[in-house]
Design a protein around this ligand. Structure first.
Ligand code: NAP
Length: 282
């Protein structure tokens, strides 16, 4: 069987060209107003700093502005909440990204939930999650929404399929399960207490790995012809799924790197352009 490679880099690149045109059109129509994404980085975690820089670069590539907020590792919940409120009230800020994880003294959930719904372009608020789950208008959590956009770009059928999501984090596994359910898949969400994981995965037409452990999901647990989505990324360029033995045996897979990662950033800017269009054209 020829395995279709779900090329997130290619889909993201194509979408960036479309987004650049939309930003240009919006500027032309509004006397130069430009969608702007505020990125908040708290502390000095090098991986987080890299992710934020990649997101700012993506803004630049499509002509969007970014507002850089960097706060020290000792920042308190109150200080961060104040900064978020300031950005909520800033008419020139259309989207807010609070880079996860924040230092442990901060109540991350409270800070995520302080982001105004219309600026929650990374899809991290409880309100946005609830609305998404109820199929009301909301920006989806960027990584699972990016996965849905990638599956859609390749016309992967989801209706009636058995989907198994391994991981239940608030920004990935949980919203992923809900999005697949909304797409009429039959969904099982697994986590660290799940028993018989290998047998559950063997039933899956679609497997999403969102565990955070290198190659934790073994190739032999995955059935022939499955659709394989790997959200993980670890040093050495491996994901959460043992992908190499699957080529030629499964119907489709996301490569690591170049699959889910680029779609996450692309979804963030895609949703920020939409937020900018809504605000600026209204
Ligand atoms: P997380 O918050 O650490 O969550 C990991 C999940 O895996 C938890 O729900 C945990 O279960 C589950 N888990 C841990 N050990 C398990 C086991 N032995 N069996 C079954 N489930 C187990 O991680 P995350 O933020 O969701 O990220 C998951 C992966 O995606 C990571 O590799 C991360 O690097 C990657 N990621 C990628 C992007 C991107 O843009 N590409 C964005 C975000 C994350 P419990 O809930 O029971 O603890």
């Amino acid at each position: 069987m020829t395995t279709l490679i779900l090329d997130g880099s290619a889909v993201a690149k194509k979408t960036e060209a479309e987004l650049a045109t939309r930003v240009e059109n919006l500027k032309a129509k509004s006397g130069g107003q430009t969608p702007a994404l505020a990125t908040i980085l708290v502390g000095a975690d090098p991986a987080s700093a890299t992710y934020v820089r990649m997101k700012q670069n993506a803004c630049k590539r499509i002509g969007m502005e970014s507002i850089t907020v960097e706060m020290g590792a000792e920042t308190t919940t109150e200080e961060l909440l104040e900064k978020i409120q300031e950005l909520n009230s800033n008419p020139n800020c259309h989207g807010i990204l609070l880079q996860h994880p924040v230092p442990e003294q901060i109540d991350e959930r409270a800070c995520f939930d302080a982001i105004a719904l219309e600026k929650d372009v990374d899809g991290v608020t409880c309100l946005g999650f609830g609305r998404m789950a109820m199929q009301e208008e909301a920006y989806g959590s960027a990584t699972p929404q990016g996965i849905m956009r990638l599956l859609d770009a390749y016309d992967i059928p989801l209706s009636g399929k058995n989907a198994v999501v391994v991981g239940r984090s608030p920004i990935l596994g949980k919203p992923m399960g809900m999005m697949l359910l909304n797409a009429d898949a039959t969904v099982t969400i697994c986590h660290s207490r799940t028993q018989g994981l290998a047998d559950i995965i063997k039933q899956a037409d679609i497997v999403v790995g969102a565990v955070g452990r290198p190659e934790f999901i073994k190739a032999e647990w995955i059935k022939d012809g499955a659709i394989v989505v790997d959200a993980g990324y670890h040093p050495g360029g491996v994901g959460d799924i043992e992908l190499a033995p699957l080529e030629g045996r499964v119907a489709a897979l996301t490569p690591v790197p170049g699959g889910v990662g680029p779609m996450t950033i692309n979804t963030l800017i895609f949703q920020c352009v939409a937020a900018g269009e809504k605000k600026i054209s209204s």
